[in-house]
Ligand binder design. Sequence first.
Ligand code: GRF
Length: 208
Amino acid sequence: MAEKEVLGVLCSGRGTNLQSIMAAVASGQIRAEIGVVLTDKPDAMALRRAEEAGIARLCVDRRAYDTRQAFEERLVAELRAHGVTLVVLAGFMRILSPYFVHAFPGRILNIHPSLLPSFGGAHAHRDVLAYGAKVSGCTVHFVDEGMDSGPIILQEAVPVLDGDDEERLAARVLAREHVGYPRAIELLLEGRLRVEGRRVVIAAGQKE
Ligand code: GRF
């Protein structure tokens, strides 16, 4: 039996994905504990969610650091201090440097609100609507040194409907994020993911 897995969740704002991950930990779907929630913004609602759940939390305010390197060194130090074995980016609105990525090799996940590689970047829903795509969704992927570019673990699709605006589309995608992210973490922690180049092969589970 592997040692206990410890999640470190990084957020910048609202924290609904954090909430879904906390629920999955509480229900036993994710067999790990959340060691710490880190934010780069002092007013992130994610901090309050963590507080309410009795989880260690901390704001590492980017503005307090002269360089990205110094900021990331602090993040890594906090994650290590809390014994984190898997870093979960959940609405963390910063691009992480190779230094950070190499600190947790193969152990950083991100969720993006589009079907990558389409519509990467910070305005996925707006871009989907502007392009006229008929399908969107979310992608959970490993983080590598690029932006939104690591191997894909899973994707969930939703229709883009006539009359959608950003808010309506975002809400439809978010509902799938809240299912997909805990599922991807569960698969990883069960040791069922094997990365072969760009492809992530998912081994069958015991119940399947
Ligand atoms: C989500 O749409 C996620 O895909 C993106 O940022 C948003 C975060 O939402 N990376 P929340 O903070 O989890 O509510």
